[in-house]
Design a protein around this ligand. Structure first.
Ligand code: NZQ
Ligand code: ZN
Length: 394
C-alpha cells in the first residue's frame, strides 16, 4: 500500500428538506453577497430556485443569480460569472445543480480569487491557483462527486478542449446539502449516467497495479455493489427514496478520496479518454464512460488479470477459476451486461457517435496532448494505445 493523506473537509447535510437550511448555513459563513448559480431549466422548473431565494430573503442574505450553465460547462459562462461577481462584490458562491454547475462555481471562485491570472491557465496547468472563493452546494444530481471533490472540469469553446485543473483542496466545497428528493425529477438517462460515473470514480482508483489495502478494497467493492443494486431499482422506481439516498451518498464517497486511500492516486485513463468525447461531441459524462470502459478493460486487463478476477468475484460473485484471465473477462462482461441493463451504451455507436478513423485519430491526438503525454497507470497508454481503445469502442 502507498502512503496517503485523507482530507474531506466538506460539511455534509443529508436528508429530506435539508435544502431549507440554506439561509441558516449561509449566515454561518459570514458572507456579504451570494451568487446563486444554476443550470438550464430543471432547478427553475421544479421551484427549487424560488424556494432558495425565499429562504435567503427570510434570512436577510443578499444575492444575485446566474443560470444557464450547460452540461460540459463552458469557459465563457465562467468568465461571465467572474465579471458579474466582481461587479456585485459577491463573496460566496452557491451551486444549485450537478457537476457542471459546481465546477462552473469552482472556476468562478478561482478566477475571482486570483485576479492577476487568466483562469484558463489553471486548466492548462501552466499556473497554480493561490486561493478560491468559498463554494457551497445544493446537489440535484448524484454523479460527479464534485460536491466533495478537489477537482474542476471546464470546456473551452475555443478548440473544444475539456480540461481539469490539477487537484487542489482550495476548491473543495464548504458544505454540500444532499437531499435525495431533489433528484426525483431527473430523466432516467441522467440518473443512470450518474450511476456509471459514481462507479467509475471508485473503479478508476480500484484498478491499479500495486498492492492495495484490504479495507479500501472492501469499501470500494461494497460501494460498487450498492450502486449496481440501486441503479437497477431506479430503472423501475425513480421515486424510491432509499435507492436515491444510497446512490447520492455513494456519489460523494466515491470521489472524496475515501476509495483511493492507499491505492496511490488511481488510473484515470477512462476519464481522460471520455473528456475528449465530452469536449468534442458534448455527450453525457457517465454515458461516455460506459461506452469506453469495456474496450479499455479488455485492452489492459492482462497487465494484472488477478486484479480484474478479484473485481469479478467480489463485485459480481463470479466464482474465481484458476485461470485469472477467464474470470477477469467474465467480470468485464458482467459489468457491460449491467450497463446494458440500465440502458447505458457499451460502444460509441450506442452512444450516438459513428466516428471515422480520422475522427478517432483526432480524439487520440487531443487526448495525448498532441502526442506529448501518456495516460493511465494500470497500463500506461500512449497515443497509439488510445487510438486502439477508441477504435475497439466503435
Ligand atoms: O441544466 P439543467 O436544466 O439543470 O439540467 C441538468 C443537465 O441537463 C440535468 N439535471 C440536473 N439535476 C436535475 C436535472 N434534471 C432534472 N432534475 C434534476 N434534479 O442533468 C443534466 C446533467 O447535469 P450535469 O451537472 O452536467 O451532470 P453531472 O453531475 O453528471 O456533471 C457532469 C460534469 O461534471 C464533470 C463532468 O466531466 C461533466 O462536465 N465532472 C466533474 C468532476 C469533479 N469536479 O470532481 C469529476 C467527474 O469525473 C466529472 O468529470
Ligand atoms: Zn467522472
Amino acid at each position: 500500500m502507498r502512503n496517503f493523506e485523507y482530507f474531506a473537509p466538506t460539511r455534509v447535510i443529508f436528508g429530506k428538506d435539508t435544502h431549507l437550511q440554506i439561509g441558516t448555513l449561509l449566515k454561518g459563513q459570514n458572507c456579504h453577497k451570494v451568487l446563486i448559480h444554476y443550470g438550464g431549466h430543471s432547478a427553475v422548473k421544479s421551484g427549487l430556485i424560488d424556494e432558495i431565494k425565499k429562504n435567503l430573503d427570510e434570512a436577510g442574505i443578499a444575492y444575485v443569480t446566474l443560470g444557464g450553465v450547460v452540461p460540459n460547462p463552458r469557459l465563457s459562462k465562467v468568465r461571465e460569472g467572474i465579471e458579474l461577481c466582481r461587479r456585485e462584490n459577491v463573496d460566496f458562491l452557491l451551486a444549485v445543480g450537478g457537476g457542471s454547475v459546481i465546477d462552473s462555481c469552482k472556476a468562478i471562485g478561482y478566477g475571482l480569487a486570483n485576479p492577476e491570472t487568466d483562469v484558463w491557465k489553471f486548466f492548462l496547468r501552466t499556473e497554480t491557483p493561490k486561493a478560491c472563493l468559498p463554494v457551497g452546494v445544493i446537489l440535484t444530481i448524484a454523479a460527479s462527486g464534485s460536491e466533495m471533490s478537489n477537482s474542476c472540469v471546464i470546456t473551452n469553446e475555443e478548440g473544444w478542449l475539456k480540461r481539469s485543473t490539477a487537484r487542489n483542496d482550495l476548491c473543495r466545497p464548504r458544505f454540500a446539502i444532499l437531499n435525495p428528493r431533489l433528484t426525483y425529477t431527473l430523466p432516467q438517462y441522467q440518473t443512470e449516467s450518474g450511476c456509471v460515473d459514481i462507479l467509475m470514480h471508485t473503479m478508476e482508483r480500484y484498478f491499479v497495479n500495486i498492492e492495495t489495502m484490504e479495507i479500501t478494497d472492501s469499501i470500494s467493492e461494497s460501494l460498487m455493489q450498492t450502486v449496481i443494486y440501486n441503479a437497477r431499482i431506479l430503472m423501475k422506481e425513480p421515486d424510491n427514496y432509499t435507492a436515491r439516498a444510497e446512490i447520492m451518498w455513494a456519489g460523494s464517497l466515491s470521489h472524496n478520496g475515501l476509495t483511493g486511500c492507499g491505492t496511490g492516486g488511481g488510473d484515470w485513463a477512462c476519464h481522460q479518454l471520455e473528456h475528449e468525447l465530452g469536449g468534442t461531441y458534448d455527450v453525457a459524462h457517465g454515458a461516455g464512460l460506459a461506452a469506453l470502459w469495456g474496450s479499455w478493460a479488455r485492452y489492459v486487463y492482462e497487465a494484472n488479470p488477478e486484479r480484474f478476477a478479484q473485481f469479478a468475484t467480489n463485485v459480481f460473485e463470479i466464482p474465481c477459476s484458476l485461470d485469472f484471465n477467464k474470470t477477469a473477462l467474465a467480470g468485464i462482461e458482467a459489468m457491460e451486461d449491467f450497463f446494458r441493463s440500465i440502458q447505458m451504451p457499451t460502444s460509441l455507436h450506442e452512444l450516438g457517435l459513428d466516428l471515422s478513423e480520422k475522427e478517432i485519430h483526432d480524439l487520440a491526438f487531443k487526448c495525448s496532448f498532441e502526442d506529448t503525454r501518456t495516460i493511465g497507470v494500470f497500463r500506461q497508454l500512449n497515443m497509439k494505445d488510445m487510438e486502439k481503445i477508441y477504435l475497439a469502442a466503435r
